[in-house]
Design a protein. Structure first.
Length: 241
């Protein structure tokens, strides 16, 4: 189940007289997840951190398993990128998107493909008999309700890397994900939900290139991004010569 971005933001404050006060947001009044959110907020911080870390590592492991990486260098760069970005607030956007990486031995620019998956597509794949069994289970009903709007699979094709330049290769991965996050309207809306009001106004005014630079800086991959741009400029310079 995908939680709201604000999930876990309820705070229990202990006043000077020893009484407890629950600090909530206006939108909590009509939230169906209020009970779960309150229970989550009351859990010990260490327990929540352990569970969040486990969830993060499970997600990273799934991405690595589904991806096709040919070189250890790109594999280690991808693992470093995922570990670092999942620790950020903006990294929660990745939980709502399925990213798959393919390293291809071809000297062309890398790119990202987005494949939308709609409920009708899932029904077609499952077939009539599978649909009947699926609809009988309560879990299946919840899955069907959750997937009314569909979801997207984002395939990142890494077609040109830079041997012996770990920073540039990590910057290449950051560049491709930043481009995806800056140009896909569905992902953009998810990002806006994680930002403060001042950042939302700023982000909406930006073009794709400015959004990419802003995201890379926000993620803490600016040095790697600059290393990637230098390698790319050198490559294009050699081709012109």
């Amino acid at each position: 189940m995908v939680r709201k971005e604000c999930f876990g933001s309820i705070k229990e404050l202990i006043l000077k007289d020893g009484l407890a006060q629950i600090q909530t947001k206006p939108e909590c009044r009509e939230c169906r997840e209020f009970r779960d959110c309150l229970h989550y907020s009351k859990q010990p911080i260490e327990e929540r951190e352990d569970r969040d870390e486990l969830r993060k590592q499970e997600m990273i492991a799934k991405i690595i398993d589904l991806s096709q990486i040919q070189s250890n260098e790109i594999g280690s760069c991808l693992l470093e990128f995922l570990n670092r970005i999942y620790n950020l607030t903006l990294g929660t956007v990745l939980f709502k998107n399925l990213l798959i990486f393919y390293e291809i031995s071809k000297d062309t620019s890398s790119l990202t493909l987005t494949i939308p998956i709609f409920p009708s597509t899932l029904d077609l794949i499952q077939g009539g008999e599978a649909r009947a069994e699926h609809s009988l289970s309560q879990e299946g009903i919840h899955q069907r309700e959750a997937s009314k709007e569909g979801f997207s699979i984002h395939i990142v094709l890494i077609q040109r890397s830079f041997p012996s330049n770990r920073k540039a290769n990590t910057g290449l991965i950051a560049h491709e994900i930043a481009h995806l996050f800056s140009s896909n309207i569905q992902v953009i809306n998810q990002i806006l939900q994680t930002l403060m009001d001042s950042e939302i106004v700023q982000f909406k005014k930006m073009g794709i290139e400015d959004r990419m630079s802003w995201l890379v800086r926000k993620w803490g991959f600016l040095d790697e991004f600059e290393a990637f741009k230098k390698e790319r400029a050198l490559l294009y310079g050699k081709r012109k010569d």
